[in-house]
Design a protein around this ligand. Structure first.
Ligand code: FE2
Length: 206
C-alpha cells in the first residue's frame, strides 16, 4: 500500500489556550482509491497531495481540533464519510458542533489496495483515540497515542496517563517490535524502541 505523509502547520486549541503545532498528515492508498488520515490545517495542500486519486473516506485518530477540524469540509469536497471513534464525541462537538461522522469500532477493518488496515481503540490521550495497523506494511499510524520519545500528552482534559500506558502495554506493544510507528506529530520510531523505554516513561509520568 502506498503510504504518503507530509507536514502541515497550524494551531492546537484546548482548555482555552492555543499552541503552534506541526501535524503529520497521511494518505493511504494509490490510484485504486485512498483514505486521508487526520487532514490537518491546510485543505488546499491536502487536495494537492491527493492529486487525482479517488478518495474513499477520512479516518481520524482522535478529535483534537488539529486532527479533526477540517474533516467535515474535506469530506464534503470529496463526497465521503468521516470515521471517528464515538468516545471522542465531546471533543468533536467543540470543533465541529453537530457535523456528521460515522462511528469507528475496535478491530474494524478497512481494505485499501487489497491490504487490511485494522483499527485498534487505544484510549488515554483522549477517550476515543485509535491507531491504524497495516500488517502488510509493517506500519502503525499511531496518532497521538505514541510518539518517538513516549506516550501522547495526558495533561489536559479528557486525558488519562494510566489509561494510555495500559493501551500501550495491552495493545501496541503486542505488535511486532520492528513495526514502524508513524505518529501524528514528529519523527517515526518503532514499537520495539518505545516498548523498551516504557518503564522510564512510567517513572517520569508522561
Ligand atoms: Fe491530540
Amino acid at each position: 500500500m502506498k503510504i504518503d505523509s507530509f507536514v502541515t502547520s497550524g494551531k492546537f486549541r484546548l482548555d482555552g489556550n492555543e499552541w503552534d503545532v506541526d501535524n503529520n498528515v497521511y494518505i493511504l492508498g494509490g490510484k485504486g482509491g485512498c483514505y486521508i488520515v487526520d487532514p490537518a490545517h491546510n485543505a488546499e495542500r491536502i487536495y494537492d497531495e491527493v492529486g487525482d486519486r479517488p478518495v474513499r473516506g477520512i479516518l481520524l485518530t482522535h478529535a483534537h481540533n488539529d486532527h479533526c477540524e477540517l474533516a467535515p469540509e474535506i469530506a464534503e469536497h470529496y463526497g465521503v464519510e468521516v470515521y471517528l471513534h464515538p468516545d471522542d464525541q465531546p471533543l468533536w462537538e467543540e470543533s465541529n458542533g453537530d457535523a456528521h461522522y460515522t462511528p469507528l469500532a475496535d478491530n474494524q477493518t478497512f481494505t485499501i489496495d487489497g491490504e487490511d488496515v485494522v483499527v485498534f481503540h487505544t484510549p488515554g490521550h483522549s477517550p476515543g483515540c485509535v491507531v491504524l495497523y497495516i500488517k502488510n506494511e509493517n506500519a502503525l499510524l499511531s496518532g497521538d497515542t505514541l510518539f518517538n520519545g513516549g506516550p501522547g500528552a495526558t495533561g489536559r482534559k479528557y486525558s488519562d496517563f494510566d489509561q494510555i500506558v495500559e493501551s500501550l502495554r495491552n495493545v501496541i506493544f503486542h505488535l511486532p517490535p520492528a513495526t514502524k510507528v508513524l505518529p501524528g506529530h514528529g519523527d517515526q520510531t518503532t514499537v520495539g524502541a518505545e516498548a523498551e523505554r516504557i518503564d522510564e516513561y512510567v517513572e517520569r509520568g508522561y
